[in-house]
Design a protein around this ligand. Structure first.
Ligand code: MG
Length: 392
């Protein structure tokens, strides 16, 4: 029987590629049961027309009427607002949820899906960064809930770890392309435009993650994501710059063996694996030609030129709600940079100031309300600092 699949963030890069994988490779395994989008109502209406899901959600309420009008004749149900996502993912008919919302907006639906015992293919790393403890606690409750990483690095580690006994693992190495400014000086980076930062050398992705890749915050968020997913302390999670993006990450065993997963820079592979795990399926996507491979390079990351990576390690090691602060401040700063309101180097500067302003040691219990309150606080402070920054 086909499994009922929900894609949160269906109009984004991961969402569209998931639809491609399901249509071209897994049509016999999955039925598109639900789709959601935030701002791209037009695109969502087109997807509804094409895939005829049972339910769809447009989280931006202002787009609701437009989507409704554009989907007359569709017999499914259109829900609206963030609560619509919760209704969709907890629907008893749903088997698998691909969580590909951008940013902290993914926290509540990801958690709700796990609480409802669903299998979640996670592309929304921010939910693990901001609410890792809660999410992992949910998984330990022994329900049918599962969390499978879609992020290419974590998929690589997850694949390498199959059949590895826990005591045999020494550490993991997350690869990073280095982004478009890998070889630039700080002076050069001070003047970069959103357009330059959006031109990623190897991966084609959405705007937010592409800027995160340029600042290396994406790798920082992935370090925290790996900490929760694989239960490893931060000193056993390393980052290595690998500009070719062929090796998607490696694990190092106690005897010195390195195991790696290689593949083309194509997110459809980790998406497909997350959906078919523990099985695999043949697909028509491009493959690596070993005879064409040469000159794979590896460098240590430069924490001085890319302070976001250092900030992320610091937030992760301190723990508590500091990663929530880091993530919220980063989201606000990235959107301000994309809007041309602040410079590229202001991104880490702002995040650091908000982290410093956060009351550390306040011994709060990290329940969902606390996390969402800290998230809102950090956004407010960041916006305040951004308006000062734009006036300067
Ligand atoms: Mg990644």
């Amino acid at each position: 029987m086909k499994k009922n699949l929900v894609i949160l963030g269906a109009t984004g890069s991961i969402g569209q590629q998931t639809l491609d994988v399901v249509t071209r490779v897994l049509a016999a395994d999955f039925r598109i049961y639900g789709l959601s989008a935030h701002n791209q109502g037009d695109q969502l209406a087109k997807q509804i027309g094409k895939y005829r899901p049972v339910k769809a959600v447009v989280t931006n309420n202002q787009q609701y009427q437009g989507v409704l009008a554009a989907t007359t004749g569709w017999e499914g149900t259109l829900l609206s607002g963030p609560d619509g996502l919760l209704e969709l993912v907890t629907d008893p008919a749903v088997d698998v949820v691909v969580s590909a919302v951008v940013g902290a907006a993914g926290i509540r639906p990801t958690l709700a899906a796990l609480q409802a015992g669903k299998k979640v293919a996670l592309a929304n790393k921010e939910s693990l960064v901001a609410a890792g403890e809660l999410i992992m606690a949910e998984l330990k409750k022994g329900s049918s809930a599962r969390l499978i990483p879609v992020d290419s690095e974590h998929s690589a580690i997850f694949q390498c770890l199959q059949a590895i006994a826990e005591p045999d693992l020494k550490q993991i190495h997350l690869t990073a392309s280095g982004g478009p400014f890998f070889r630039q000086t700080v002076e050069e980076m001070a003047a970069v435009t959103p357009e330059a930062a959006l031109a990623h050398p190897t991966w084609r992705m959405g705007g937010k993650i592409t800027i995160d890749s340029a600042t290396l915050m994406n790798k920082g968020l992935e370090v925290i994501e790996a900490h929760w997913l694989f239960g490893l302390p931060y000193d056993r999670i390393k980052v290595v710059i690998h500009p070719q993006s062929i090796i998607h990450s490696l694990i190092e065993l106690v005897d010195g063996s390195l195991l790696a997963q290689l593949g083309p820079a194509d997110m459809r592979l980790p998406i497909q694996y997350a959906l078919t795990f523990p099985e695999r399926r043949e697909n028509p996507f491009s493959r690596i030609d070993l005879y064409q491979l040469s000159d794979l390079q590896f460098y240590p990351p430069d924490f001085k030129r890319f302070p976001c990576l250092e900030l992320a390690y610091a937030a992760g090691k301190t723990g508590g709600a500091l990663p929530t602060v880091l993530n919220a401040a980063n989201e606000e700063a990235v959107y301000a940079f994309l809007a041309g309101r602040i410079g590229f180097l202001a991104i880490p500067r702002l995040i650091e100031r908000v982290m410093d302003a956060y009351e550390k040691g306040s011994n709060q219990r990290l329940d969902l309300d606390t996390i969402l309150a800290v998230d809102a606080w950090a956004r407010r402070i960041t916006r305040q600092l951004i308006s000062e920054e734009s006036i300067e």
